[in-house]
Ligand binder design. Structure first.
Ligand code: AAT
Length: 279
C-alpha cells in the first residue's frame, strides 16, 4: 500500500515566507557542537543537507551555487594557485576549484568537522574532491584562519551560512579587512551575499564595506531555487583584476552545467532593482 504519510522539511525563510520540500527518507540526524544537522532525501530536489533548519545544499540545484561561487573568481585571476575556502563543508566549492589545472593547493577551513564527515558519507557527488591530494582540510573558525595568514592566497571563497548568530562575523567589515590581508597583492575574494529580494538592507551594507577596501567590487547573480527568493547574489572584491575585463575567448573549457564564458559576462548584468541597492 502506498504510504499516505507526508514528511516535509520546512525552512522558515522570513517571518512571512517558508519553503517546504516533501521528504521521502531521513538519512541522518545529529546535534553537533555547532549546529543541528540533518540529511534527507527530498522528492523535488534530491538529497539535501539542512543545518539549523536552513537548507544548505541539494543535489538538484547545488551545481548553480558551487559553480558560480568559484569559477567567476578563479577565471578572473590569470593563474590561481593557492585557494582558501571558508565554510562549505559539503565540499561542492572544493570540487569545482580542483577542476582548474593551475591549482596547486586548496585549503578548506570549515568550523564543523561533522558536516564534512556527513557530506563524505551521504553526499558523494558533492564531496567527491575532499580526498584530492591538493586539498588540505582545517577544522577551525575561518575568521581566525584569515587573521593568522597574511599574503597567502590568490583567491578566497567564502561559502558561508546566512548571517545569523555566529556566522555574522563572516559578513563584517573587519572580516573583509582580514581577507584583504590574507590575499596576495593581486588576490580576489568572493562571498555568497544572500537574496536581493529579501536581504535588501544587508546587500548594500556589504557592498559598501567591500568597496571601501577593494579597488574593484562587483556583484553578480544566479538562480538557486532552494535559497530564499530563488535569485541569489555573490559579491567579489578584487585588488587588481576586473571580472568584466576577462577575455571570453581565453576562459578555459570546464565541465560545468550553469557557468559558461557567456554566463561569466551575463551574470554581472543587473536588473534595475538590484542596481538600485548598490547606489
Ligand atoms: N555549499 C553551500 C553550503 C553552505 S554551508 C556553510 C558552512 O559554513 C557550514 O558547513 C558551516 O558549518 C560553516 N561555517 C559556519 N561558520 C563558519 C566559520 N566561522 N568558519 C568556517 N566555517 C563556518 C552555505 C549555505 C548557504 C545558505 C543560504 N541560505
Amino acid at each position: 500500500m502506498e504510504s499516505k504519510l507526508a514528511l516535509w522539511v520546512k525552512e522558515q525563510q522570513t517571518d512571512n515566507l517558508a519553503l517546504s520540500c516533501r521528504v521521502s527518507k531521513v538519512l541522518h540526524r545529529e546535534k553537533t557542537p555547532f549546529q543541528d544537522m540533518a540529511v534527507v532525501d527530498t522528492l523535488q530536489y534530491g538529497r539535501m543537507l539542512v543545518l539549523d533548519n536552513i537548507i544548505q545544499t541539494t543535489v538538484g540545484d547545488e551545481f548553480v551555487y558551487h559553480e558560480m561561487i568559484t569559477h567567476v573568481a578563479l577565471n578572473t585571476h590569470p593563474s590561481p594557485k593557492r585557494v582558501l575556502v571558508i565554510g562549505g563543508g559539503d565540499g561542492g566549492a572544493v570540487r569545482e576549484i580542483v577542476k582548474h589545472t593551475s591549482i596547486e593547493k586548496v585549503v578548506h577551513c570549515e568550523i564543523d568537522g561533522a558536516v564534512i564527515e556527513v557530506a563524505k558519507k551521504y553526499l558523494p557527488e558533492i564531496s567527491c574532491a575532499l580526498d584530492n591530494p591538493k586539498v588540505e582540510i582545517i577544522i577551525d573558525d575561518g575568521i581566525k584562519h584569515v587573521r593568522e595568514n597574511k599574503k597567502t592566497y590568490d583567491v578566497i571563497v567564502v561559502d558561508s551560512p546566512d548571517p545569523i548568530g555566529p556566522a555574522e562575523g563572516l559578513f563584517s567589515a573587519g572580516f573583509y579587512e582580514d581577507l584583504a590581508a590574507a590575499l596576495k597583492d593581486d588576490g580576489i575574494f568572493v562571498a555568497q551575499t544572500e537574496s536581493p529580494f529579501i536581504n535588501r538592507d544587508l546587500i548594500p551594507r556589504l557592498y559598501r564595506d567591500i568597496a571601501g577596501i577593494f579597488p574593484i567590487t562587483r556583484l553578480f547573480l544566479a538562480n538557486v531555487p532552494t535559497y530564499p527568493g530563488g535569485l541569489w547574489s555573490f559579491t567579489m572584491g578584487s585588488k587588481k583584476y576586473d571580472p568584466l575585463g576577462v577575455d571570453r575567448e581565453k576562459i578555459p573549457e570546464l565541465k560545468t552545467r550553469y557557468y559558461s564564458p557567456a554566463i561569466h559576462q551575463a551574470c554581472f548584468v543587473l536588473p534595475p532593482f538590484v542596481q538600485e541597492l548598490l547606489k
